[in-house]
Ligand binder design. Sequence first.
Ligand SMILES: [Zn+2]
Length: 78
Amino acid sequence: MICCREVVELLCDFVGGELAIEQCRELELHLCQCQKCLVYVETYRLTIRMSRCLQDKPLPPSLADKLRALCEEKRKDV
Ligand SMILES: [Zn+2]
């Protein structure tokens, strides 16, 4: 039986369908018994689905500029 920490570590591969069947089963078994992880996985999936929908639309130029400025600011901090 895998623990909650392992669920988080495997989640990316699990959602991407890159997990071995055995690991998939272990993870699903954990999700059946752990409400906390189930909600976490659902939220993760939903986020991916939503970001896929957004991909079709270009970023508003003002937002893109803001992001770029923010990135440059962060780079200066390092
Ligand atoms: Zn858990």
